[in-house]
Design a protein around this ligand. Sequence first.
Ligand code: UGA
Length: 430
Amino acid sequence: MKIATIGAGYVGLVTGVCFADLGHEVICVDVMEDKVEKINEGISPIYERDLDYMLKKNVGKRLIATTDLEYAVKNSEISFICVGTPSRDDGRINLDYIREASRDVGKSLRDLGYHLVVVKSSVVPGTTENLIIPEIEKYSGKNAGNDFGICVNPEFLREGLAAEDTLNPDRIIIGEFDKKSGDILFNLYKKNFNCPILRTNLRTAEMIKYASNNFLATKISFINEISNICQKLDIDVYEVARGMGLDHRIGPHFLNAGVGFGGSCLPKDLKAMIKLSHDLGYEPKLLNSVLEINEKQKLKVIEIAKSIMDLNKKTVTILGLAFKPGTDDIRESPAITIVDKLLKENCKIKAYDPKAMENFEKINKKIYYANSVDDALKDSDLCIILTEWDEFRDIYDKILRMKNPRVIDGRRTLDGKKAMKLGIEYFSIY
Ligand code: UGA
């Protein structure tokens, strides 16, 4: 099929590249010219495993990028809206890009035949019905259902594994305005994927996305709470999680205790659902606690550091700035809060991350960015691990070269027992 993806961020670019790889003709649209240029040169503007290779394979053949949204819509049968919905200061999502995209899609549909519009961006329940459809209808002069189709099709890809998740999904959710719209999208997916496909209405599909991310966040805060209780009883929470995870009703995933969840999705979707609940006159007590536990979890690193030493004028090494391994993304990374707090304690910070230093430097120029783990540990009084990159898993020798080998492990990156046996002072927050 001929497909347009509007917005070439994580979701749009990965969706576009994956559809192209499956043999469809794809036009990726973005307002940023440099991004479009890079894509057309076969260079992915984001760091994501497999994406560069897949992009290079398809660009110029089945995939092109453009800033011309009208051209993309007019030369395709389905347009996927994939623009960002970042958090506003009050926790609600910023719908400016969605409004703009809906308006521009609407204008492009004016003198076009039937076209299917699919909302892939994460939008709170009701947004497609209350904002996107009215905008498209207003600017196209057409009616949803008759002249154009509309579906909500949330994505469940994880950063770092984006292409793999897109090509091997657990499920596909299709929220449909009407049967014809749903049939077109169903047929597109049915040909290429054999996972369960759930067809539902628009607002239910929107809610499935939020409920899924809120549940994952709940699992993490749950295990962090259990971990805080375990610590007082000298119980290893990772062993507890292993035991729990063997129950198929619980499952082994998302039960890793640590410095809490970050990223552009889990915190944002949680805040948006809390705000939506308030707007609806409901107090979401569980979701409030999930967020609160997560905020407190980051501060535990500082509490431990303070209990070990007087932090004033000490040199602290931070290993890991990305919100998780496999990405250069630092959005809502626990490292942001922890570095800020350490700077307030008058520490000198030396940081190292295999991918995320460039992005971190854009928001923090007060710390030293090292060129290796060794460089970061040189003359350091304390090492704090905040992202479980593989590169940090076997650094015992390097830590032992510190004048006082001392680590706070925020993500169970090292084997604590081994570290202690080797003579490293090992602390974990779980
Ligand atoms: C998340 C969801 O997992 C995806 O399904 C969803 O599509 C995506 O958001 C989105 O809405 O776009 P992502 O933000 O890429 O994906 O990252 P996750 O792998 O979910 O990790 C989020 C955070 O939780 C990370 O900081 C990670 O370190 C932390 N985490 C994860 C834990 O602290 N413990 C765990 O057991 C698992």
